[in-house]
Write a protein that binds this ligand. Sequence first.
Ligand SMILES: O=P(O)(O)OC[C@H]1O[C@H](OP(=O)(O)OP(=O)(O)O)[C@H](O)[C@@H]1O
Ligand SMILES: O=C(O)c1cc(=O)[nH]c(=O)[nH]1
Length: 189
Amino acid sequence: MHDLPSLSPELDAVRAHVLEHSVKRGDFTLKSGAKSTWFLDTKQTACRPDGVLAMADAMLQIIPDDATAIGGLTMGADPVAFGVAAVAATRGRDLRSFSVRKEAKGHGVTGRLAGALQPGDKVVITEDTTTRGTSLMEAVDVVREYGCEVVLVTLIVDRGDTCAALCEAAGVRYQPLLTSHDLGFGPDD
Ligand SMILES: O=P(O)(O)OC[C@H]1O[C@H](OP(=O)(O)OP(=O)(O)O)[C@H](O)[C@@H]1O
Ligand SMILES: O=C(O)c1cc(=O)[nH]c(=O)[nH]1
């Protein structure tokens, strides 16, 4: 572990929650197939009431006032989007939520989108954790194809080093709440 950088009180609260509940040590295989000795089960933050409030406090500080919807690729994005939208509603902010399916549904309301997304929405794409950024970019592509504008990509922890460049190339603003560096992990951990 390295020294922890100082953060704003809101981000410090998210970090404390992630360090207490979401960081796991062991032998893990990541979505990319890569191996790691640590893992972020960030759903342990996004699905606990104190974690939801900490995450929402921090995200609502950076979500633009004119954003109308929040969502991302199921299921990492789901508790983040639903939690932030619910807390936003208690603060007078009208943010609808939605989920992008991993595969298109063929019956009922078909396609990859589920929830209250509408064409023309100004969308925040979110996640619990990213490593490469592929899940986030997949969600960006689906909502753009539906006729929405992506105004921000944000998430709880970026543990990799490629997502910022992907967002820049896609022309979207990118602001993770935390990075692996903020959690005390270095490139060799
Ligand atoms: O940045 P990437 O390399 O795309 O990896 C990050 C993705 O991996 C995890 O999802 P996972 O596929 O494990 O599924 P789940 O969230 O549905 O459990 C996480 O929730 C992100 O969606
Ligand atoms: O890359 C991944 O699959 C991944 C890493 C991690 O720490 N947490 C997670 O949910 N997914």
